[in-house]
Design a protein around this ligand. Structure first.
Ligand SMILES: [Mg+2]
Length: 113
């Protein structure tokens, strides 16, 4: 782990090195449809961990798989996910919450009249 292992820049650089190692850009690894499919696959693995009661270490690994794919998609699509994250967090913090069917939701509720 690098010294500043909690920094977004260090994490993104590590994912970028992974992409470069396997030349994802030239081999279809950065194609967005492929990436969405991979993220769905990892979400399925994460879901299985929860529904099958797998241990926390495995759950963390699957979550890391998904995060790495999300960060890689940031690279593939040439976005600025760090900026998008903070912009969205600011908006989320302004939203209201409601308990629906016993579970809380935070959303822009549009009531139907
Ligand atoms: Mg996985």
């Amino acid at each position: 782990m690098p010294d500043n292992d909690d920094s977004w820049a260090a994490m993104l650089a590590a994912v970028r090195r992974f992409h470069e190692k396997h030349d994802f850009r030239a081999t279809g690894g950065e194609e967005l449809t492929h990436r969405v499919a991979l993220m769905a696959e990892e979400l399925g693995e994460l879901s299985a961990c929860v529904t099958k009661g797998t241990n926390r270490e495995q759950l963390g690994e699957e979550l890391a798989d998904l995060l790495i794919l999300v960060m890689g998609t940031d690279i593939a699509a040439d976005l600025d996910l760090r900026k998008a994250f903070w912009t969205k967090m600011e908006r989320l913090m302004q939203r209201e919450s409601r308990v629906i069917d016993g579970r809380i939701r935070v959303s822009e509720f549009r009531d139907v009249d």
